[in-house]
Design a protein around this ligand. Structure first.
Ligand SMILES: *Cc1c(COP(=O)(O)O)cnc(C)c1O
Length: 364
């Protein structure tokens, strides 16, 4: 008997594994597994979301006009080049579907975001991986892997799960080395957390070129992961493509309303950024003092390498933390089996984390 079968390649996809959010029997949970915002969204965003509940019988604005204007105003961008999506994951997926297919290659780096191989295969294209150097994207290694078949290069800048970043000069060098037919997608999910001054998420590069797209999200610093809202900044031709293939009502009304309010509350975002900076530095110092190897990070998470001995390796640390209700992220599937990725939480959460980890490191 014949049965329906998906297109070739679909069953080669390893499903995305989300961060743990619960563990049985724990008195309290400290979730540090998904890089969510420690302080949550602006209270004004929650109020706007609730108010939007009065209009649920209406379809949302298909063009997200008010939201795109708010984003453009906040980031100094051109609203006509913005497309909103149901999470930036949706926009990344649509870009892969629209620009790559069977026989094509989609390129990204060794410890790149695990959504990239999924969406490459979903499009029928071959994922191609370039090595990283010191947990950082290596521009020369990426350029080495470009072939006539390359259609898209995905670069998360800053990177997840590494927390590292490439300065704008390196991104420009990468772009200059790419043939014009290759789309460079700069995934700036953590852009708002970055405070170093040689970083740029890529808006200028989009404005100056036909083959660069920047994706952004409300899931990280804005604390709206649960609403599913992302956006991209793209050349007019790519905007036209995305507007042809996206769902007409891909961003819900409550999400649009909450995001407009979240953008307006710049004081909240500044507070989140400053707190993150303080507790990332504190956490990095504490964990380093315990003998752990904390990778430098410009984001709201740190990647921590554990010793090799079975009593103190990453698996043992994960089990120890989970038993105490603290949930980090294992990243063996990112090629980092000896490390855990830990989101920067609140002061209280980071103090608990440090206390539990120091007990773990001191045990025989
Ligand atoms: C969290 C994250 C995203 C955001 O995904 P959304 O679909 O917008 O929630 C995108 N890229 C990277 C690298 C991320 O870590």
């Amino acid at each position: 008997m014949s049965t329906p079968a998906p297109r070739p390649g679909i069953l080669d996809i390893d499903p995305y594994v989300a961060g743990d959010s619960d563990t049985p029997g724990a008195a309290r949970i400290i979730k540090l597994s998904s890089n969510e915002c420690a302080l949550g969204p602006s209270p004004k965003a929650i109020t706007a979301f609730r108010e939007a509940g009065n209009h649920l019988y209406r379809y949302p604005d298909s063009a997200a006009t008010e939201l795109r204007a708010a984003i453009a105003g906040e980031y100094g961008l051109d609203a006509v080049k913005i497309v909103c999506g149901n999470g930036s994951d949706e926009l990344l997926t649509l870009l892969a579907q629209a620009y790559a297919g069977p026989g094509d290659e989609v390129l990204f780096s060794e410890h790149g975001f695990l959504v990239y191989p999924i969406i490459a295969r979903f499009a029928g294209a071959a994922p191609v991986v370039a090595p990283e150097c010191g947990l950082t994207v290596d521009v020369d290694a990426l350029l080495d892997k470009v072939t006539a078949k390359t259609r898209i290069v995905f670069v998360a800048n800053p990177g997840n799960p590494t927390g590292s970043y490439l300065p704008v000069t390196e991104i420009v060098r990468l772009h200059e080395g790419l043939p014009g037919h290759v789309l460079l997608v700069l995934d700036g999910a953590y852009a708002e957390y970055v405070t170093v001054d040689d970083y740029s998420p890529g808006g200028d590069l989009v404005n100056a070129n036909e083959n660069v797209v920047m994706t952004r999200t409300f899931s990280k610093i804005y604390g709206l992961s649960g609403l599913r809202l992302g956006w991209c900044y793209a050349p007019s031709a790519a905007v036209d493509v995305l507007n042809r293939v996206r769902g007409p009502f891909n961003v819900s009304g409550p999400a649009q309303a909450a995001a407009v309010a979240a953008i307006a509350d710049t004081a909240h975002i500044e507070k989140v950024r400053a707190e993150n900076e303080t507790w990332r530095a504190w956490t990095s110092r504490q964990l380093s003092a315990m003998g752990l190897d904390v990778a430098p990070s410009v984001t709201n998470f740190v990647t921590v390498r554990f010793p090799g001995d079975p009593a103190h390796n990453a698996e043992a640390a994960n089990a120890f933390l989970v038993a105490e209700g603290i949930l980090p992220r294992r990243i063996a599937n990112y090629g980092l089996p000896d490390s855990l990725r830990i989101t920067i939480g609140t002061e209280a959460e980071m103090r608990e984390l440090a206390e539990v980890l120091s007990r773990f490191m001191e045990k025989p």
